[in-house]
Design a protein around this ligand. Sequence first.
Ligand SMILES: C[S@@+](CC[C@H](N)C(=O)[O-])C[C@H]1O[C@@H](n2cnc3c(N)ncnc32)[C@H](O)[C@@H]1O
Length: 296
Amino acid sequence: MRERIGAVADTIEDQLGPISLPRQPRAAIVWPRAHLGKDFTRRCLVRAAQSVREGGAVWCAVRKSKGADTVADAMRTLIGPVDIVGRSKGYRLFRAECTRDRTKVWAEVLGQRYTITDEDLLPGVSLHSAPGVFSRRGLDAGTAALMRYTAGLQLDAPKHMVDLCAGIGPLAIWAAKRWTETKVTAVDSNLLAVSLARRNVEELGLSARVDVLASDGLPKSAAVDVELALVNPPTHADAESLTKLWTGLRKWLAPTARVIAVATRPGGVRDALVGIGAKVESTTVPGYTIVDGRWG
Ligand SMILES: C[S@@+](CC[C@H](N)C(=O)[O-])C[C@H]1O[C@@H](n2cnc3c(N)ncnc32)[C@H](O)[C@@H]1O
């Protein structure tokens, strides 16, 4: 449910619209991602309930320690009576039968949106956000630290900058506003985030210079002209995906590139940058470490 079945949606309306399947199934399964927030779990439950045929059921597996009781309550409110149909290895398996129409409460859940502003770092900018994306209610403190650190370097405008793991695009937009000739490539694998980032870029009139790609890491490219990459990497990714992210980035970098990343536990990022040939310096700022990698 996090990433829509079928092709990549082009617009936010499409991305958040109903899931249309060739035949309505009798059952839908939801496995909530706790770190994306309760509001996103509620959205997934509603989408699941909408997708099944009348009299169908929504099944949901939740770790007891990750808020199983709260999810069961949400299923009761949003779908129908809930049975616990299984308990295993710390998980609860719930089943809720879609007994009645809850169109009104569904509309409320699906209509939930947020706006992110930060007059200090992104003056005059309002970013569209929604349940299911990183730091959905405000600019992430790590992202803000990365912006402040980079601003303090007084860098020359890069020809091409990459925002790897861009979310709804705050770093890409910050860079595009700061360096008004720079080409910016933003990439994220969360299709909802990509959809919101595209809308943000478009409404700020930056589409001519800022490309937003839906991709698992940077795609293969002939471009080797990226002079700067700003990265707030995912904290929930496994080591293999992280390695893939950094090696994919390396292929886009100009010979004298700089990659600046922020992390709470910087060891993995530092090792990854060294692994792709960077000379690395780390700077501690409250709550985070900035890892600054250079080539050339
Ligand atoms: C810590 S968030 C940073 C988001 C954004 N840069 C910000 O500062 O608000 C990490 C982002 O990485 C994205 N991500 C995780 N794995 C990815 C992958 N393999 N390829 C691209 N993006 C990925 C997530 O969807 C998430 O939006």
